[in-house]
Design a binder for this molecule. Sequence first.
Ligand code: 13P
Length: 255
Amino acid sequence: MRTPFVAANWKMHKTVQEAVDYARSFLPLVETVSDVDIVLAPSFLALPALAEATAHSRIGVAAQNVSAEPHGAFTGEVSLGMLHAVGVTQVIIGHSERRQLSGETDAGVNAKSRAAIDAGLTPIVCVGETLDERETDRTFDVLDRQVGKGLAGLTPEQVAALVVAYEPVWAIGTGRVATPDQADAVHRHIREHLTSHFGDTSASACRVIYGGSVKPGNAAELMARADVDGALVGGASLDPVSFAAIVTASRPSTR
Ligand code: 13P
C-alpha cells in the first residue's frame, strides 16, 4: 500500500510573510494526519522561512524548479546544494508551465532528476499531454516519451522513491478536471511503463499523483482510484482550509 502524497504548488503566489501565515493556519488543520505525505512548494524566496515554520511537523518543503548544475556562472539559477542547506526535501521537475514557458526539455528533466537524487532530494517529475495531443490520440506516446526520457538511467530503487505527477496540460488552471476514469487509465499506463523498464517492485512502490484542477469537491473520487496515489494542487492549495480538505480526502481511511 503506497502512502498518499499530496503537494501544494503555489506557483508565483505568496510573499514570505504570506507563506509563514499560511503555515500557521495550515499546520493545526493537518496535525493529526499521519497517513499522507504532505508537501508545500512556495517560491524560492519563501523556502527558508517555510522550512523553518514546518520544521517540527511531518510537512515537507519543495522547490518548484532547480538547476542541474552544482555551482558556477548560471545567472538566475538556484542549486540543489542551496536548497538542501535550507531544509528543502523535494523538488518539482518538468512542470508543464516550465516546459511551455521556459523551454524545459526531457533531457533537462532527466539531468535535474538525477542531480536531485544524488543530492538527497526527492524529485516530483511532471508529465502530461496537451489538449491537441489528447484529441489526436497521442496521450500514451507523449507520456511514454516524457517518462522514458525523464527517468532514463535511474535505478529501480531510485524510481521507487520518486514521485511522478501526471498533469494533463488541458486540466491545469482551467477548472476542467480529468475524470477519474481518464486519470486512472493514464496512471495505469504510466505504472505499466515503469514495470516494463524498472520492474514490478519499483513500479508498485512509485507514487503516481494527479494534478489539474483538483479541488476539495473532486479530490475524493480521484483518490478513490487504485492507481491515483495523491495530488499536485495549484489554485486550490492557496487557501489552507481548501488544501487541508484535499489532504483529508486523500487519507487511506477516507478513500
Ligand atoms: P491547478 O490545480 O490550479 O489546475 O494547477 C495544477 C498544477 O499545475 C499543479 O502543479
